[in-house]
Design a protein around this ligand. Structure first.
Ligand code: ZN
Length: 347
């Protein structure tokens, strides 16, 4: 469809062509309708109208009819969700949020848009641990002010996000100084020492319960992996808190079949001030714990800690095996040397 004929003496305004398929009949039909609309618009607007005005009027009329006036906004382009950070924005506040909180934000924004055409902007952001408490203010109406948190609350009125991060912190083995350096470097807020300790007191109880449950399950799994029920094979090793003169030691016992933790003992200087004796003490406690659960140890593989060697030799039922952690084959080689004696079944 060509634009309206212009007087050749005047400069032609910018124009474009739209191609409409159709023969002469279609052409005359469409032009007739256009002419009708043109006549109507010229009289109501009281000014000359061109093809682009006619078509836009027609399209707007149709959109209003089909989509309703509110939804006509949908035809406007959405802002791009891919945005590049400007150099002055790299130090902007970061925080941790939860999916559901993002949904809440969307609902809040929608509800506001339904009553007002102003925009919600961040007026103030307060960090509560890793959670941002954000004051949103409407650009048009000051009474449209809302508070949004990047996390929902738990029944104890604390933030889910902060609890989750505390959980991550305590289960990761990070030292407090590493945590504070990390979060301060990232600029994602920081949970105060007092709050972390408060969390820890409750967390400790639950972690201990879980640990007891997990060890019990692991022992059952290990026992059921043997054809003969006359005991299990374990491997132990100690990990020292410091290289020299360790202030504490953790001794771990793994089941040979399942490689699951049969027991884990943490020995500190309050129990024995000589660090060199920690591994032996830890081993002794592991033996006592397993004995209390009526589990006997057939073969005990460990590295060459002489005190542990002596301790294992002193126990009646267990065979000592100086071995590396994963040298399971060497442990197995020893197994046939044990006669199957029914009356030593203690498991
Ligand atoms: Zn508003």
């Amino acid at each position: 469809m060509a634009t309206e004929k212009q007087d050749s003496s005047r400069k032609r305004p910018p124009n474009f062509r739209i191609e409409i398929p159709g023969d002469e009949t279609v052409k005359s039909r469409i032009l007739e309708k256009l002419q009708k609309v043109k006549g109507y618009l010229t009289s109501t607007l009281n000014k000359p109208v061109n093809n682009s005005l006619i078509i836009e009027e027609l399209l707007d009329f149709w959109i209003k009819q089909q989509l309703g006036s509110d939804n006509s906004k949908e035809l406007h382009p959405f802002p791009s969700t891919y945005s590049q950070t400007r150099s002055q924005d790299v130090d902007q506040g970061l925080f941790v949020t939860a999916e559901k909180s993002l949904d809440t934000y969307g609902e809040l924004y929608e509800a506001h848009t339904s009553i007002c055409n102003g925009k919600l902007k961040v007026l103030k952001r307060t960090m509560k641990g890793h959670v941002a408490s954000v004051r949103l203010m409407c650009t048009k109406e000051k009474s449209h002010s809302y508070l949004w948190s990047s996390s929902s609350y738990l029944p104890n009125d604390e933030f889910l996000v902060n609890h989750r991060i505390c959980h991550a912190f305590y289960s990761s083995g990070l030292l407090p100084v590493h945590y504070t350096r990390f979060v301060n470097g990232a600029g994602i807020g920081c949970i105060t020492k007092e709050r972390r300790l408060k969390f820890f007191r409750t967390y400790k109880e639950h972690a201990e319960n879980e640990s007891v449950q997990s060890v019990d399950n692991a022992i059952n799994d290990e026992i059921s992996s043997y054809d003969d029920l006359d005991g299990i094979n374990i491997m132990t090793d100690a990990r020292h808190g410091w290289r020299k003169n360790a202030k504490d030691t953790t001794v771990v016992a793994l089941g040979e079949k399942t490689h699951k933790v049969m027991d884990c003992e943490h020995i500190t200087k309050s129990q024995d001030k000589v660090a060199q004796r920690h591994e032996r003490l830890g081993t002794q406690i592991i033996y006592e714990n397993l004995e209390n659960k009526n589990v006997s140890i057939k073969i005990h593989a460990h590295d060459r800690n002489l005190a542990v060697n002596k301790f294992v030799r002193d126990t009646q039922f267990t065979v000592n095996q100086n071995d590396l952690w994963h040298a399971v084959k060497a442990v197995k080689k020893l197994s046939p040397r044990f006669p199957k004696v029914p009356n030593v079944q203690r498991v």
